[in-house]
Ligand binder design. Structure first.
Ligand code: ZN
Length: 394
């Protein structure tokens, strides 16, 4: 009896892995014929065909006709169904809340944001976020689309396993059980992660066609965190709090840090460091970027010093992880291009030659990697285990 149960469990596992592999390959390639799918994944045509039938029935995959040059019967290609459902991505930042709806192909279908201020209470902000999520769900409902789940990216320490925001230093929130709260409220699966992690995931999933395997996405703003993608998987660490790059020690005699220590990387790089070094009380990054474009010597000097410290920290990360890609993003994104050249040259001088070979440092191409990555938390969980969804949809 035991053996029968085990055999059945094995079959379910194999089926899950095969289904997941097919969905991932279609996401990577766009379109493929059944036969090529089986060949590339080393499955028999029969196995692949059975799984594809289930995925077609569940509406996660569709068939499109194609005609080769010349005559002959049109062939059929498979691709992920744009109408397979939609994932909600949300981000609560220090000054705005943004919510998107993305389809199974990672296309953003709906997007809304609202400004918040530190004067607003935690409950007010959460209510605003809930309203936007509800608006996205209403929109999807009106379009006849099925909601697949909600992903939430937050700046701070996030316990993604339990779905709790443990501590957000900029918002000053502690222990907010978003997963429990929102699963009850919306009746959907809720996934949480740090915004640097969601940025890394969003960037890796759809922005990076060359598929970086070892990537650090540095989200630089008021705080500073690294979303680490190691061997193509998000790295969370033992307690789930990995990636606190901003608190790497970079000086013995440095400025006091919000964490209680001194000389942390974030005291040298980021919005607070920029304000201090440029002696500005209210910092407007667009004004800073304009000054840099106009060749303001003082500002160029400040940013150059900051780029030096940015490069130093990146050299440490490169030596430690042998990264192939470092992406610079976050709230400082408009200023980062002015730091790129200097940062690269510091990394070239200070990191070991072998780990930095073929490594690239770039500025994020868009400012919504994080909220997009929040939606990817949902899409990825389905890619990892599509069996329950397929079962519920057939
Ligand atoms: Zn610190």
């Amino acid at each position: 009896m035991q053996r029968v149960v085990d055999k059945k469990a094995d079959q379910v596992t194999v089926r899950r892995l095969n289904m997941s592999a097919i969905l991932r390959l279609l996401r990577e390639r766009g379109t493929l014929a059944r036969a090529d799918l089986a060949k590339e994944l080393g499955m028999t045509r029969n196995t692949a065909s059975n799984i594809v039938t289930d995925l077609l029935q569940a509406g996660l995959v569709i068939e499109t006709e194609f005609r080769r040059a010349g005559a002959g019967r049109p062939g059929l290609l498979l691709e992920l169904a744009p109408n397979g459902g939609f994932a909600i991505g949300a981000e609560i930042d220090v000054n705005r809340i943004i919510v998107i709806a993305a389809d199974f192909n990672g296309k953003i279908l709906w997007e809304q944001s609202t400004a918040i201020s530190p004067a607003q209470s935690k409950d007010e902000c959460i209510q605003l976020a809930e309203q936007l999520v509800q608006d996205a769900l209403n929109w999807g409902g009106a379009e006849g689309l099925k909601p697949l789940g909600i992903g939430l990216g937050l700046a701070g320490l996030v316990d993604s396993e339990n779905g709790t925001l443990t501590y957000a230093p900029t918002l000053k929130w502690t222990n907010v059980p978003f997963k429990a709260m929102w699963e009850e409220r919306f009746g959907l699966q809720v996934y949480l992660d740090n915004e640097a992690n969601t940025s890394a995931l969003g960037y890796h999933t759809y922005a990076d066609r060359s598929k970086a395997r070892n990537l650090a996405y540095l989200s630089i703003g008021v705080g500073m965190a690294a979303g680490l993608m190691l061997e193509a998987h998000l790295f969370h660490g033992s307690n789930g709090f990995a990636g606190q790059a901003g608190h790497m020690k970079i000086r013995t005699d440095g400025e006091a840090c919000s964490c209680g220590d001194q000389g942390c990387w974030v005291t040298e790089v980021g919005i607070a460091a920029l304000a201090r070094k440029a002696k500005l009380e209210n910092i407007d990054l667009n004004t800073v970027a304009r000054a840099l474009r106009d060749g303001d010597a003082t500002m160029m000097q400040v940013v150059d010093e900051m780029a030096e410290m940015l490069g130093l920290g990146i050299a440490n990360l490169v030596n430690l992880f042998n990264l192939d890609t470092v992406v610079l993003g976050g709230a400082m994104r408009t200023v980062l291009p002015f730091m790129l050249e200097k940062t690269r040259s510091v990394v070239d001088q200070r990191a070991l030659k072998q780990p930095r070979e073929n490594m690239r440092i770039k500025v994020a191409g868009r400012d919504n990697d994080s909220v997009f990555g929040a939606a990817c938390l949902v899409l990825d969980s389905i890619m990892n285990d599509p069996v329950p969804l397929v079962r519920s949809l057939i």
